[in-house]
Design a binder for this molecule. Structure first.
Ligand SMILES: [Zn+2]
Length: 1154
């Protein structure tokens, strides 16, 4: 018991008959609550508890010697380099800058002799910005988060040894805050390039620990008084206790009155709770364990780049993780978790000593690596193959460094979740998924906490979204209540994850957060306080969730995408980054295919598969897919870096592709310049898309050379003689594509462009006619069917919307942008550019504001694919000089097509989304993500919009829109300003989407045929008959199955790349339309000695796999595969040197049965 200051006088034996006392005042809760804010800091700091937090402090030069070395701004020296820096004396009050610069402090500490009696001595160093403490050996040991807010972390506790004599440390400070250096009040404002920070503190300090404990207890009591329902007994008790603590405290008698205060707190926390230490978590035995439904886990969400560049993230990782390693020794129950293989790799490369420490803590089970992927990537925009590689590179790294892959896939902060993630995550070795971002939805409240998330193909993954609605919790009472009461699946389970810790350089959990022990002590003594449990990793939670819900069968299922009802602008912001991503994905696919072939059938025996360069390209591409980079929501500095990565990928891939082509086609050249000036030789194409196609390709001509090889190949020449068009035929869908002469039928059909007068123009092939009148598209007419596609009275073309989101500028486009009257832009100048016979085109121009749009609208004589009834593509090759701010440029097309749903391409498949606004869930999808195409179809007919680098789409009612360019100004003030080129096309097709070949056409649109030139015509015929041409991986029997990726096996030994060691080819295929398929993979020209189905990590899965020889007279191998709708299959083929003595008489050969 504690003496009460509110009870005066003794207890009377009998109830007195008469009183003239005033009596107790009725407690007025609001006034008491208001009083609490005066007990810490503020105006009364020298009279309240804050006055007792520090026993003594010194900054005497005998105790603290400070020296500093400032490298040049923009430099980030390693520890070893910094150690050799030229240091000079410095002192508190000195200012350091500018923004992003690093400064190294060499510090010598001498603890005064008379301080030996104190329990704890710490060094308090506050540079106002971020910092990292190192030992003289270069081991990072603790973070500094300077500044004044509640995220401040400036104490470094000295060990007994350090207190014994001169103690040396280094501190690297970096002139940025946790969230960069935003210019204005809002955190997402562009950075101030010239921010300076003052060294506010560099003191040796003796904290008075009982005062700190009282402060933490007091804070908890206040949280309860504020957060528990107003009239609850617990809230009343907490209110009274906190009030009593203030009443007993005397600033001039701190020791005694703080002890009294701590005693008062024990009234709620339990007597002697503090001495129990970490044992507090075990109190109550098994019963309490079962009741403790909130799984507390330390976490630190570090954005791989956002309001700071990648190089700063590397420092944030070292700061945060070193601090956690330190805290683990002080709080044994503490478990910490962190994601992103890339961040571990940065640590391994840049901070190897700390990496070893972390590795030790991983082995002890205290440090949990989670997430499975390379970075916490966006999942709307990356291709299916990219998502597979996120897992492949992430899981392989974790396995290699720490012995085991991750069971739990973690993406708490990504802007929506693709419906293919369950399948890809499961194929990537993960069984569980943690997220929370959907709690940000602004229209609909997502109905589940724990559920089975079922993807497009039926794959499921056990998913949990913390009911605390954050992954940066602060370990306070309100959150714990929310975690217990906000669980939406209490009918099945109340278990929930509770992730606390400051992310983004805040260093993860702080010591006060780990004083969460208080909350458990409170729960041990109060039945109505939810119990938290500690000491577990995320995998433990999910394993418990799985078993306690009978393998998830007690939980609801959610099928399809987890659409995020915010951040829809991220499909479009930063067009050049989106383009860099798409082009890199396509290029890497081409390189892997060509390089694989080169190692199997290349003429150059010295050719080596460029695994290391490919890995480097992939890792950089995957890094740029981070959830604030590819979406366009980072700083300009980040995009400077990303553009460099894309340029490096482009350069490296171009070199690799050329090397592979040289190995395959010696003496051929990618430069058509020679072909344009020489009259001998042959042009041929390489089709890396594996889509059978016949195409019109535009080439540059030497206007003066009329008899060149190139000129001889073209069937149409521009008026100025500088451009030509030729037809390339890759009918087989594989390898070498031949340049064809003009087919008689083509000439017969032809295509024309006409100026019809009065501002009216037309492009007409035998299948499609496009009309432009008064600067807008007024008609798209299917000539064969006699069907008009543009509804009467409507027009198509470019349109500009005002784009002013409520706060998150680069992220959001709000539904109200559609309400503000859009500007339907007219082509101000239209002219006939080319007039067939292969390609006809119009040149159109638009001047709007300070911006300029130019497009070549063209139509080919031939259909967009080899499908018999394929219509011609209407192409828009677009160039924009974009100078708008807060404007949104789109292309819109009204269509006379009746459909309640539209089809959008996603990773390895498609998703349907409504074209109407029936429910609030439908309304929310007014802007959605699609990859290479979106399609709207009715019975018998449909129209697709295909694109080469855009992702934002909408089909609302009868209008289809493709989002082209935005222009937000924060966090990057220059987003999308300047020059852009992109292409898109309208593809009308007979039959609905399911009957169409839209996916194949979109593939071809994105994967140009690589034209090459052979000087010697004589060698060309030999070449085109060679084994290269005859080597192929063809899908037969199922037009709905597409072979996406062909690459070499990850585990192949490329240092001794020989058939004896085994050469493996990985073929990744998928079902593209959402139905079953029986496909046969025909492998021609290779000796397949075994065939296995694997997961994305290339580990064998599934049962027997039969392959058969094609039959008499053929060396081809046939592999039969059954697919379910949208299923992804990975096939691993082991290739032998030459054909074995396979018994060609037997039709079926079992290559492998597992
Ligand atoms: Zn984030």
């Amino acid at each position: 018991m504690y003496p009460s200051t509110t009870t005066q006088g003794g207890v009377n034996k009998d109830y007195p008959q008469i009183t003239f006392e005033a009596g107790q005042a009725k407690s007025i809760k609001s006034l008491t609550l208001n009083r609490f804010s005066n007990f810490l800091g503020g105006h009364y700091a020298s009279h309240n508890l804050s006055s007792a937090l520090v026993t003594t402090r010194t900054d005497a030069s005998s105790a603290v010697k400070l020296e500093v070395w400032s490298p040049k701004a923009g430099e980030k020296p390693s520890f070893e380099e910094a150690k050799r820096g030229k240091y000079r004396a410095t002192k508190k009050g000195e200012r350091f800058g500018p923004s992003w610069s690093n400064h190294w402090f060499k510090i010598t500490l001498n603890v005064p002799k008379e301080w030996t009696k104190y329990e704890r001595v710490q060094f308090e160093f506050d540079p106002g910005c971020e910092g990292l403490i190192y030992t003289p050996e270069g081991l990072p040991i603790h973070a500094i988060v300077g500044g004044t807010d509640n995220l401040r972390r400036v104490e470094y506790v000295l060990s007994q040894k350090a207190r014994g004599g001169p103690h040396h440390i280094y501190i690297e400070t970096s002139c940025n805050g946790m969230f960069g250096v935003p210019q204005g009040g809002a955190e997402i404002e562009p950075p101030d390039p010239n921010r300076y920070y003052t060294l506010d503190s560099a003191d040796l300090v003796v904290p008075y620990l009982p005062a700190w404990h009282l402060m933490w207890s007091f804070n908890l009591l206040v949280q309860i008084a504020q957060n528990d329902s107003a009239s609850s007994p617990l809230s009343e008790r907490a209110l009274r206790a906190a009030n009593d603590i203030i009443n007993v405290f005397e600033a001039d008698d701190p020791e005694r009155t703080i002890a009294l205060g701590n005693k008062i707190a024990e009234g709620l926390l339990g007597e002697g709770w503090q001495e129990e230490g970490e044992k507090v978590w075990e109190k109550g035995g098994e019963k309490s364990k079962a009741e403790a439904k909130l799984w507390g886990l330390g976490h630190c969400h570090i954005d791989s780049a956002w309001l700071w560049p990648f190089s700063v993230t590397q420092q944030k990782v070292a700061r945060s993780w070193s601090t956690q390693v330190d805290l683990m020794s002080r709080y044994p129950e503490h478990r910490f978790s962190a994601t992103s293989a890339q961040q571990y790799k940065w640590l391994e490369t840049l901070y190897p000593l700390l990496f070893d420490k972390v590795k030790g803590k991983i082995e002890d089970g205290q440090f949990g690596y989670i997430g499975a992927t390379w970075v916490e990537m966006d999942t709307n925009l990356p291709s299916g193959e990219s998502l597979c590689r996120q897992f492949l590179y992430g899981q392989r790294y974790f396995k290699e460094k720490f012995g085991k892959i991750c069971d739990t896939f973690v993406l708490p902060d990504t802007f929506g979740y693709s419906s293919q993630l369950p399948q890809i995550a499961r194929l990537g070795g993960s069984k569980h998924f943690f997220t929370q971002k959907l709690s940000w939805n602004t229209i609909n409240n997502f109905p589940h906490t724990s559920f089975n998330w079922v993807g497009l193909d039926g794959s499921q993954i056990l998913t949990h979204m913390t009911p605390v609605d954050t992954y940066n919790a602060q370990a306070d009472f309100g959150e714990v209540k929310k975690g217990a009461n906000g669980n939406k699946n209490l009918e099945a389970t109340g278990d929930a994850l509770y992730l606390f810790g400051n992310g983004d350089g805040g260093g993860g959990p702080t010591p006060p957060m780990l004083e969460l022990r208080r909350l458990r002590a409170l729960g041990n003594n109060n039945r109505d306080v939810p119990l938290v449990r500690m000491g577990n990793q995320m995998d433990d939670f999910f394993e418990h969730l799985r078993t306690s819900t009978d393998n998830g069968t007690k939980l609801p299922n959610w099928r399809g995408e987890l659409y995020f009802e915010v951040s829809r602008g991220t499909y479009t912001s930063h067009g050049s980054i989106k383009k860099g991503n798409r082009k890199s994905e396509i290029l890497l696919r081409d390189v892997e295919y060509a390089a694989t072939l080169a190692t199997l059938v290349g003429k150059d025996k010295a050719y080596v598969y460029p695994k290391e360069q490919l890995d480097e390209c992939w890792e950089n591409l995957l890094l740029c897919q981070f959830h604030d980079v590819l979406p366009g929501s980072a700083l300009e500095m980040v995009y400077d870096d990303a553009e460099k990565y894309y340029a490096a990928i482009f350069k490296s891939c171009s070199t690799m592709l050329e090397a592979a082509f040289q190995a395959l086609f010696p003496n051929s050249s990618s430069s058509l310049l020679d072909a344009s000036s020489s009259s001998s030789g042959k042009i041929f194409g390489v089709n890396t898309s594996r889509v059978a196609r016949r195409e019109v390709i535009e080439v540059d001509l030497d206007a003066k050379k009329k008899d060149s090889a190139l000129r001889a190949s073209v069937a149409q020449v521009s008026k100025d003689g500088k451009k030509g068009w030729l037809i390339v035929d890759a009918k087989a869908g594989e390898g070498v594509a031949e340049v064809k002469g003009v087919f008689a039928e083509t000439f017969e059909k032809g295509v024309t462009a006409k100026d019809l007068g009065g501002g009216e123009f037309s492009l007409k092939s035998n299948s499609i006619e496009l009309k432009v009148a008064d600067g807008r598209i007024t008609s798209i007419f299917d000539v064969e069917l006699g069907r008009e596609l543009v509804p009467e009275g409507t027009t198509g073309g470019f349109v500009i919307y005002q784009d002013i989101p409520n706060y998150w500028d680069a992220w959001d486009v709000e539904i109200h942008h559609l309400q503000h009257s859009p500007k339907h832009l007219k082509f101000t100048s239209v002219s006939v550019k080319e007039n067939g016979p292969l390609r006809a085109s119009l040149s159109v121009k638009i001047q709007v504001g300070q911006s300029h749009i130019e497009a070549t609208v063209s139509l080919d004589a031939i259909g967009a694919s080899l499908k018999k009834d394929a219509r011609s593509l209407i192409r828009f090759e677009t160039e924009v000089d974009w100078r708008e701010r807060h404007k949104f440029l789109k292309f819109e097309l009204p269509l006379d097509v009746q459909a309640v749903d539209a089809t959008y391409e996603t990773q390895f498949g498609t998703v349907s989304r409504p074209t109407h606004r029936n429910t609030s869930w439908d309304v929310a999808k007014f802007e959605v993500c699609a990859h290479k195409f979106a399609d709207v179809s009715e019975f018998g007919y449909g129209v697709a919009l295909v694109n080469d680098s855009k992702y934002g789409h909408a089909v609302e009612g009868q209008t289809m829109r493709l989002s082209l360019l935005r222009s937000p100004t924060s966090p990057d003030a220059t987003t999308d300003q300047g020059h852009h080129t992109f292409a898109f096309a309208i593809y009308p097709h007979v039959g609905s989407f399911l009957e169409s070949d839209v996916p194949q056409v979109a593939y071809a649109f994105n994967s140009p045929i690589h034209l090459r030139y052979l000087k010697e015509s004589s060698s060309s015929s030999k070449l085109l008959a060679s084994s290269i041409v005859n080597t192929s991986f063809t899908v037969e029997g199922a037009r709905n199955v597409i072979a996406e990726t062909i690459k070499r096996g990850e585990d192949d030994d490329f240092t001794v790349d020989s058939f004896k060691n085994g050469k493996n080819v990985i073929v990744r295929l998928y079902e593209a339309f959402g139905g079953h398929a029986k496909a046969t993979i025909r492998v021609a020209g290779l000796n397949v000695v075994s065939a296995t189905l694997t997961d994305v990590l290339e580990r064998p899965v599934g049962s027997a796999l039969l392959a058969r020889a094609a039959g008499l007279g053929s060396d081809d191998t046939l592999i039969d595969l059954n697919f379910r709708g949208f299923e992804i299959k990975t096939l691993k083929l082991t290739i032998g040197e030459k054909f074995s003595s396979r018994d060609k008489d037997s039709e079926w050969v079992r290559i492998e049965r597992r």
